[in-house]
Write a protein that binds this ligand. Structure first.
Ligand code: CAA
Length: 425
């Protein structure tokens, strides 16, 4: 029998998983009025995404579902977008062999996916050998404007909802106004983030915006095709369509195991990545950021994860950060520590976070181009770092296989943050 101290120091490994295609307006797989299959076929449902991601993850890792000790699923707003809650039981419905396993849903807005990983990680640390983390969201059932209202539930709705119909885009436009006033970075810098995201997504066949091309001129110029679309006259000038993540449907699932679990599932040596540090930090829903240039909750999560891992941000060779808006990506560079405070602009201007840069970020296109099916996003981030470490990224595979990498997933406006440090073994 292991002591509780030994259990808490148990090592946790990722052995693989699956990411479905991310789909929404602008992707050829999305069935809308203009699609030749309109009226004949329907878009993939939340139930189908959960089933697909779960079974593909089990298949890709060769894990017998009988061996799964614990399941967690991240989903933010299933009841609103799809009339479906109770997602823990939906994962059980994905595979008969999962019947009666402990399966639960976790919610932390856009960090719901990484919270599911946190639950799976905690389960392994406290004695489980095999855990399954799933994430899924379907958001295209309503217009982006109605979706904006649903997503506003991740803010303090009673106080912040009225800032704009598109509450979250406007909260980040508000940050951008403060960022410009403090000369922290510029609108040209945020346009550079969009250009990088779309260029990476062009190389990623799973990406929602795989076919969309965005030049620096397009991203930095306000036009009919790239409008300041907010209604709030004060904040409208600080956000263009190209600064925004997508309204996306999709799913992802990942298998975590202990050292004993590696033996139980007979894991191949080549399939293993270790989670060296994982930390969740939560801010106060009722308070706004004092300083718009800082993501203080995300910073706490990132620093704690790095301390737990004993690995510094300067050692990362790849990172996935929460780019719900271009503005957020730059703030995340500083929260994660890959840039010093005030240094994000230098990183993006130098191309250091491009695929051929010294610290590539969001290599598959991030939330802006790969897409943002909210509950799936955090798990996708882990799997993107994993896939880069295992040489599975096809057209956007990094030339130098990374040894150390990081994730930073965020819910709300820097309210729930989950950061991890991963090591390729
Ligand atoms: N000129 C003027 N206005 C225009 C326009 C143009 N050429 N094109 C579009 N617009 C405006 C219109 O007002 C339009 O509204 P109506 O449809 O009601 O007229 C609105 O923009 C949306 O237009 P579309 O439906 O054509 O836009 P789209 O489908 O291309 O969506 C988007 C663009 C609104 C930016 C949408 O992608 C979006 O909402 N993205 C953000 C999603 C989001 O907020 N996700 C959550 C991120 S926050 C996070 O991650 C943390 C958390 O916990 C929530």
């Amino acid at each position: 029998m292991q002591s509780s101290r030994q259990l808490l120091s148990r090592r946790v490994f990722i052995v693989g998983g699956s990411i479905t295609k991310f789909v929404g307006k602008g992707s050829p797989d999305f069935i809308d009025k203009k699609h030749p299959d309109f009226g004949k076929k329907q878009n993939t449902t939340i139930e189908e995404y959960i089933t697909l991601a779960t079974n593909e993850a089990l298949k890709n890792t060769n894990v017998d579902p009988d061996l799964v000790d614990r399941i967690a699923i991240g989903n933010f707003a299933g009841e609103l977008f799809t009339n479906q809650g109770h997602m823990g039981a939906a994962v059980i419905g994905a595979n008969k062999k999962l019947l009666n396993k402990p399966s639960m849903r976790v919610e932390g807005a856009c960090a719901s996916g990484a919270l599911a990983v946190q639950v799976a990680y905690d389960a392994i640390r406290s004695g489980a050998d095999v855990a399954l983390a799933v994430g899924a969201e379907v958001q295209t059932t309503v217009s982006p404007r109605i979706g904006g209202d649903y997503l506003a539930r991740a803010s303090h709705y009673a106080r912040q909802r009225s800032i704009d119909d598109f509450t979250f885009p406007c909260l980040f436009a508000k940050r951008m106004k403060g960022i410009l006033e403090r000369e922290h970075f510029t609108m040209e810098d945020t346009a550079r983030v969009a250009v990088k995201a779309y260029a990476n997504g062009n190389l990623n066949p799973l990406a929602h915006m795989h076919n969309a091309r965005v030049s620096l001129d397009h991203a930095s110029t306000v036009s009919d095709k790239n409008p300041n679309f907010l209604n709030n006259e004060i904040y409208k000038p600080f956000l263009r369509i190209t600064d925004c993540s997508q309204v996306t449907d999709g799913g992802a699932a990942m298998i975590l195991v202990s050292e004993d679990g590696l033996k139980k599932i007979n894991a191949s040596k080549d399939s293993i990545v270790e989670i060296k540090g994982l930390s969740c930090a939560t801010g106060n829903l009722y308070e706004d950021a004092e300083d718009p240039t800082q993501m203080t909750t995300s910073r706490v999560a990132a620093v704690r994860a790095q301390e737990a891992a004993g690995i510094k941000a300067s050692e990362f060779q790849v990172a996935e950060v929460h780019d719900c808006f271009t503005i957020a990506e730059l703030l995340m560079y500083e929260a994660l520590g890959i840039a010093p405070y005030g240094g994000a602009k230098d990183l993006i201007r130098a191309g250091a976070t491009n695929l051929d840069g010294k610290i590539p970020v969001n290599t598959g296109g991030g939330l802006i181009s790969f897409g943002h099916p909210v509950g799936a996003t955090g798990i996708k981030q882990f799997l993107e770092v994993y896939r880069q470490m295992k040489g599975q990224c096809g057209g956007y595979q990094l030339k130098n296989i990374p040894t150390f990498g990081a994730t930073l997933n965020m819910g709300g406006d820097d309210k729930t943050a989950v950061s991890a440090v991963l090591q390729n073994l």
